[in-house]
Design a protein around this ligand. Sequence first.
Ligand code: BG6
Length: 610
Amino acid sequence: MCGIVGYIGDYRKTKQVLLEGLSRLEYRGYDSSGLAVLDNNQTSVIKCKGKVSDLQKKARKEKLEGQLGIGHTRWATHGIANEVNAHPHTSGSTSVVHNGIIENYAELKAQLQKSGFEFVSDTDSEILAHLIESGLAAAMSFEDSAREAFKKVEGACAVAAVTQKEPGKLIVLRNFSPVVIGLGENEKYIASDIPAIISRTNRIIYLQDGDMAVIEKDQIHITDLEGNRLQREEVLVSSDPASFEKGGFKHFMLKEIYEQPRSALDTIRGKISADHRGIELESIKPRQFSKIKKIIALGCGTSYHACLVGKQLIEDLSRIPVEVNIASEFRYSNPIIDKSTLVIVVSQSGETADTSEALLEAKRLGAKTLAITNVENSKISRESDHVIYTSAGTEIGVASTKAFTTQLIVFYILSNVLGASKGVISEAALSANVKSLVSIPLLIEKILKLDDRIKELAQKYNSFNNFIFLGRGLNFPIALEGALKLKEISYIHAEGYAAGEMKHGPIALVDENVPVLFIAPNNGINFQKIVGNLREIKARNGLVIFLTSENGADEYKEYIDDLIEIPGCDYNISPIATIIPLQLLAYHIARIKGTDIDQPRNLAKVVTVE
Ligand code: BG6
């Protein structure tokens, strides 16, 4: 999805603030970028195809001074990635940047063309510039023109608009796509997300859906789309600027992989009872879920894979039945929900539209809702009845790593809390689980020491075009996640399967050109079954990489081409261990292939359109 920024204040700072903000929002889309700077009676617009770094090069040659400006980095939805379709879009005196999709754009475009507006781009967003300009042309004020324009568009919309007719105002709309306002002395900032402006101010106003703000350098007023005044509180946001730096690592992804011992520690902190025999959640009292008869877990991408692990942990440790749904399917599946249903929505960003819309549908149908998210004050955390935050810190790499392992940790904690409250877990088992939980940060640290071994494997396997990942039980979702990581950043076609399912079809894919990576910690109830699958694959000359825990492969060396041995751990936390070598393998293969690891093609970190 796109990133938008805006600034009003000191004319010397505008260009720098916009470019800095855009480079911090690039994880939201990097197909093209642009900015517009207003200097009293003229607007200078520069845009280009590709990365913000290309825009920075272009901007270096331009003066671009002015008290007001807006900027955009794009993830293409309507119209290919080129300079014409890059934002800002202008119409007469008006310039706009937009994040979202205008669902009724064809009808509005036809109306505007009938009234003489000419479209230069293939985007839906250009409509907003023409709509606002048509209001101004009809002698309406900028505020009224913008409001009328916003009322006409349907769909997810975050917009920032400026006009030469009122060069002291920046107008923004938040409708299903996030926008925050940053407060400064005699200057104001707007952005799709905090990272864009946190180095400039930590005084933040979170706009809600349907909010429109008219921003001047020394004042703001916020209304709904009917013009009714709204109050939105200012929040002081703490954020560690270092999390936006690579900290000596070549890529954010590698940095975030290496941050997992700490993010695990931060997520576990405060969850162990004082006597070290229990697991507890500050934000949730188990009695709040005593009437829950069914759980539905929802998410997208990596968060969906976390739900698949969560299902098995909750069912095993609390005996509450769990259904897992892909969030984009859930909303349109006429789900069976009543007030004894708990819907758990999992989202790193807390802003993914497919997941937030599924959440709103679950609420509409009367479910209790719980969010597992990494971002405070995100839409999903605000809209849910209960929230458990993962403490992964800011995740910038588009391929999710540390957020995933902290989501698994939260599911393990939640399963124990529910299981203990229902008396399913004995005291002895619970204190054993406490030991497993606190062992996770050190376990991850030990596994990161395998990095050189994984680099060797990447050297050997980076030229294959197809990969298969196999797992059973809790590690079947890890096969899916391992395959996703490789797909996301190395563009190699990879599939994850339940190992037992191979013989019912996918085994037809196996030959000496397809590496098959088994995820088989030897502590699972199904280890012997997966050894059977290993023999089936080797019998068809498959190339086998076997990820297991210590000595797990001793008897089966003849079937294994390459071994990855991780330290032993409790089966229920094994997915947290087994995913780390797969994150590293995908990273090192992508590094050899020279792909754009932090900003892989066609992807974005937060997708705020359905
Ligand atoms: C995709 C990201 O856009 O959204 C993935 O590229 C992520 O990494 C998925 O797993 C879901 O995002 P979130 O923020 O809802 O967990």
